[in-house]
Design a protein around this ligand. Structure first.
Ligand code: SF4
Length: 256
């Protein structure tokens, strides 16, 4: 038995049953922060769900912990958004960055643009810049609030609101919650407008039917065309739909 498994584990099926009673997203988010405090956090990359969750959390009376994975290759508009959110709500977003030594080695040995070379190298880069920093923050959490939505891609259509995942070498269970899983893009946009929530400028960019659906690193994220799937803008030089997840939401295949 690991040290963690000997400690009382707050993540139980009963907890999910309890939280399922909160069908309203604001009430659910508020309840999670009331129960878990700093052991809960909203993770956001600047998408509409993230900013709306932050607003809902503040409206619930909570002082939410919010983090982002700063790959150091984000769009300038993403950093602008984080600054605008911090200003509006008077708080700090934790910016988890890649390990500086590993990053330096990777760039020296494989170049800044290794992700063009192969799927394997792209995954190596994503792992170092995103997955590792994400794992680091998950070590400090019992509840991870994510902005996953059911309509984002076929792979995400099965996304439930509550999922117990395991994290770290000790496979500690944590609860991953997607409070806005059923919200449509239109509903999110209407909410943001109505409540004056800062949104990502690139999400308003449109040109002849092309627009940004997902926001990630520069170069790796491009706009999508009128007849493309929602995540088609990622890593365009790899053309299989199966290759579109960066690892943040797929590496926990061994759920408890
Ligand atoms: Fe690297 Fe591109 Fe992944 Fe960003 S999206 S971590 S630059 S491969």
């Amino acid at each position: 038995m690991s040290a963690h498994s000997n400690m009382s584990n707050p993540i139980t099926p009963e907890l999910i049953q309890d939280l399922q009673k909160f069908t309203d997203a604001q009430a659910l988010i508020g309840e999670i922060f009331r129960r878990f405090g700093e052991r809960a956090a909203i993770g956001t990359s600047g998408q509409l769900t993230g900013v709306v969750m932050i607003d809902l959390a503040f409206r619930s009376g909570a002082k939410p912990r919010v983090f982002t994975i700063d790959t150091l290759r984000l769009f300038p508009e993403t950093y602008e958004l984080f600054d605008a959110l911090e200003k509006k709500y008077g708080f700090k977003i934790e910016r988890l960055q890649p390990d500086p030594v590993k990053l330096k080695n990777m760039v020296q040995e494989q170049g800044e643009y290794l992700f063009f070379d192969s799927k394997q190298k792209q995954e190596f880069c994503c792992n170092l810049r995103k997955v590792e920093p994400n794992e680091r923050v998950l070590e400090t959490l019992d509840v991870w609030l994510t902005g996953l939505r059911a309509d984002q891609s076929a792979a995400r259509a099965a996304t439930g609101k509550f999922e117990i995942i395991s994290t770290g070498s000790q496979k500690r269970p944590i609860l991953k919650v997607a409070p806005l899983v059923d919200w449509t893009e239109q509903r999110l946009r209407e909410y943001a407008k109505e409540h004056g929530v800062p949104t990502h400028k690139l999400l308003d960019w449109k040109q002849e039917g092309w627009y940004y659906e997902s926001l990630g690193c520069v170069i790796c994220t491009t706009p999508i065309g009128p007849n493309e799937s929602r995540r088609a803008g990622r890593w365009r030089w790899f053309n299989s739909e199966d290759n579109k997840e960066c690892g943040l939401h797929t590496f926990h295949k061994d759920e408890v």
